[in-house]
Design a protein around this ligand. Structure first.
Ligand code: TXA
Ligand code: MG
Length: 345
């Protein structure tokens, strides 16, 4: 891949216009959102979308989310806008919710990873909504990291991973949510959450006034196969969102999740830390509490990136209850730790 001169842009009108021109020429521009930074390209330009997969080193069967700036753009992507979808659009857009709908034939199959459905979201970020409006086309926007790295929550994270591989990065505020959007499949009788996020199953169910299920594969422990970063897809683990089967977010250091009564966990962590330090190891600790799972969501990926820049040997993290926002955090934490869990009795 040839090296590009990645420009860092601000959010002035001129800079957004410049970024839009890059997009319309088939270029790649990373953009801020409230969840994580995305890697933008014209969703209807197949060549540009192929370049996004290459820049990220992403497997081509992992479909991308299409970002829009106005509800009216839904019609470019799907013919089926159900009443339930309208309810969720009204309740959560712009915001950290992605809906999977039946795709129009015009949506390039390279965007959908060959599926006949398309994932759509309206992000809550003014510069990015402006970028979409000015360029006049929906944008694909996978997280702007190298495949397998933690998702980026600052423009610097994007630059660390993708410098020389993309045309520009729009530098916005650091991401306030910190983990990727909730993905919900709206194509079935009962809506199903495929990827947990800050918008919870309970909130979705309340907004719809009906039951919402959760892809059972999310809650199961997969077998992690060696090599390729792929998780083994066995009988018990067939997630409906292709991205969920990949091994993600692994830090360089070993990571251990401590689970159990908070006081006992605190003691067990302190004891094991002391032992390891005596053996000359460097230990970092992430302590989270169930009262503030949003705080854990906001900093978790950024912490992993911070640790990767040091010579830390092992990371200890406390488990949250797998419920509400805690479920979304634990979904990421389990993968980062390769399901390395210490049950504290
Ligand atoms: O918050 C977010 O969603 C961020 C920001 C940039 O918007 N984007 C993001 O994109 O996380 P990405 O590509 O890293 O994750 C997209 C997820 C993957 O797990 C993918 O498999 C799933 O959405 N997905 C995309 N299209 C799908 C479809 N048609 N059916 C099922 N899952 C789909
Ligand atoms: Mg991603």
């Amino acid at each position: 891949m040839s090296t590009l001169d990645t420009r860092i842009l601000g959010t002035t009108e001129e800079e957004i216009k410049l970024a839009a021109e890059m997009i319309l020429r088939g270029g790649l521009v990373a953009f801020p959102t409230e969840t994580v930074y995305g890697l933008g390209a014209d969703a209807l330009n197949e060549e540009a979308v192929v370049k996004v997969y290459a820049a990220k080193g992403r497997p081509s069967d992992n479909p991308m989310i299409v970002h829009i700036s106005e509800k009216s753009q839904m019609g470019m992507l799907t013919d089926e806008i159900t009443d339930d979808m309208k309810k969720l659009m009204d309740a959560f857009w712009p915001g950290p919710l992605t809906m999977v709908a039946l795709a129009k034939p015009e949506v390039p199959r390279v965007v959908t990873g060959g599926l006949d459905t398309v994932a759509i979201r309206m992000p809550d970020s003014k510069p990015t909504l402006d970028l979409i409006s000015v360029s006049g086309c929906p944008l694909v926007g996978p997280s702007a990291n190298l495949s397998g790295h933690p998702s980026p929550t600052t423009a610097n994270h994007v630059d660390d991973d993708l410098h020389g591989r993309i045309d520009a990065i729009i530098q916005g505020p650091d991401c306030r949510v910190g983990i990727e959007s909730t993905v919900i499949d709206m194509t079935g009788e009962i809506p199903m959450v495929l990827r947990p996020g800050i918008v919870t199953v309970k909130e979705l169910s309340e907004a719809l006034g009906k039951e919402v299920t959760i892809d059972p594969a999310i809650l199961k422990k997969p077998n992690i196969a060696a090599g390729e970063g792929l998780m083994e897809t066995d009988e018990d683990y067939k997630p409906k969102s292709p991205g969920m089967k990949y091994k993600h977010y692994a830090p360089k250091a070993e990571m251990i999740i401590f689970r159990g009564d908070p006081e006992k966990v605190r003691l067990a962590m302190a004891e094991e830390k002391m032992e390891r330090v005596q053996f000359g190891q460097r230990v970092e600790v992430l302590v989270y509490d169930n009262e503030h799972p949003e705080q854990a969501a906001k900093e978790f990926f950024a912490k992993l990136r911070e640790f990767d820049k040091t010579d830390v040997d092992v990371i200890f993290a406390t488990a949250l209850t797998e419920d509400g926002v805690g479920l979304a955090v634990m979904n990421r934490m389990f993968k980062s730790a390769g399901y390395n869990i210490r049950e504290v009795k």
